[in-house]
Design a protein around this ligand. Structure first.
Ligand SMILES: [Fe+2]
Length: 367
């Protein structure tokens, strides 16, 4: 790796161009980006900037509602997988234990697999929408669908880049619990800036692939503004090397017109670590009062798919590193508990739950 890491850009049109040279170059960018950094910049992604603007304008209307109205859109019973997530709810696993200073919204833009929805109801819950705001719902769904289409195109490119059949990953995400998140990182006061409160603790995403369409800073008066200081925003940690055992922190700043794609834990596991889940952190500005809107689309494996290195990535080391195999839906549940969105007793849903029947029968016999 060079002293100044430089994140590659992949053009999605290159992947479908039919031109061998362009395809080869795109595959090389994917291997380098996802292999070294766990992150890529994506061009020709099909996200309309006007739609992104409309989506953020509509989201701001929701976050501006009184707290009591937003609480009615919060659904702890489905582990906050739809509707509003209050600030200080989610907590990164590997970070310093500080809850994230953000409020979020979750909605799914794609049709659920009905069978998986009946067995994994929380991650496939019906969307929750504020009353009387069709514009919010329509822009949200359009944004989710557009980001998902870019993700599917990129997953086909990933498969090709790894010498697999083009649908090796896409077939495993069909009907998955894909979800689109809108986030508002909250303004810090002077004391919080002093304390170094983070907007998002360092973590890796637990899904397969994350698409980030770019955010919007707002000044203390709520007006759109450029980044208040060069140090605020998304930073990612590169793979460790002999020179930099802890990796290097790189500012994720896509070139104009590009979006960001990130490897999640599921893709790392399937590829036995060939592609790396990116540890990333969102730092707040050093000036109080600024906020930021941002969004992420999470492409997930179908919950019945197995999380284990795919055959061509199995070696004694990768098998050891990613054992035991586990269903993606089980992994989702466990991780949602780990990050404090699901309650600890959600783990009781795993495994056999009918031991009390035997107790009941014994009691009946003896009684
Ligand atoms: Fe993340």
């Amino acid at each position: 790796m060079s002293a100044t890491p430089s994140i590659p850009t992949v053009d999605l049109h290159d992947l479908t161009s039919g031109d061998k040279g362009r395809l080869r170059a795109a595959a090389e960018s994917i291997r380098e980006g996802f292999g070294e950094y766990g992150l890529l910049y994506v061009r020709s992604h099909g996200i309309d900037p006007k739609l992104l603007d409309a989506y953020y304008d509509a989201f701001l209307r929701v976050t501006s509602k009184p707290e009591a109205d937003k609480r009615r859109l919060a659904r702890p019973d489905i582990w906050y997988q739809r509707g509003w997530t209050p600030p200080n709810t989610e907590q990164a696993v590997a970070g310093g234990g500080q809850p994230d200073f953000k409020e979020c919204y979750f909605a799914a833009a794609l049709a659920a697999d009905p069978e998986a929805a009946s067995t994994n109801p929380q991650i496939y819950a019906d969307n929750v929408w504020p009353d009387g705001d069709d514009d919010f719902r329509e822009n949200y769904l359009a944004m989710g669908r557009a980001l998902h289409a870019a993700g599917v195109a990129l997953l086909r490119g990933c498969a090709t880049a790894l010498g697999l059949g083009p649908s090796a990953f896409t077939i495993q995400v069909e009907g998955g619990p894909h979800v689109t998140r809108a986030l508002r990182y909250l303004p810090l006061d002077a004391a919080q800036v002093e304390e170094g409160i983070l907007w998002g603790e360092e973590h890796t995403d637990f899904n397969l692939l994350t698409l980030l369409p770019g955010g919007r800073f707002l000044d203390p008066a709520g007006r759109r503004c450029p980044p208040p200081d060069p140090g605020s925003g998304l930073y990612l940690r590169t793979r460790g090397s002999p020179e930099h055992p802890g990796g290097q922190m790189v500012h994720g700043k896509p070139p104009d017109g590009c979006i960001v794609a990130q490897v999640g834990q599921q893709l790392e596991i399937l590829t036995g670590g060939t592609f790396l889940a990116t540890p990333h952190v969102v730092t707040a500005p050093k000036t109080p009062g600024y906020s930021r809107l941002s969004s992420a689309h999470f492409v997930h494996l179908h919950p019945y798919r197995m999380l284990f290195p795919m055959e061509s990535f199995r070696t004694p080391e990768t098998v050891r590193a990613y054992s035991p195999p586990v269903l993606a839906g089980t992994y989702d549940l466990k991780t949602l508990v780990d990050i404090h969105l699901a309650p600890p007793d959600a783990l009781d849903l795993l495994g056999y739950r009918h031991y009390d029947r035997l107790t009941g029968q014994r009691t009946a016999r003896e009684g």
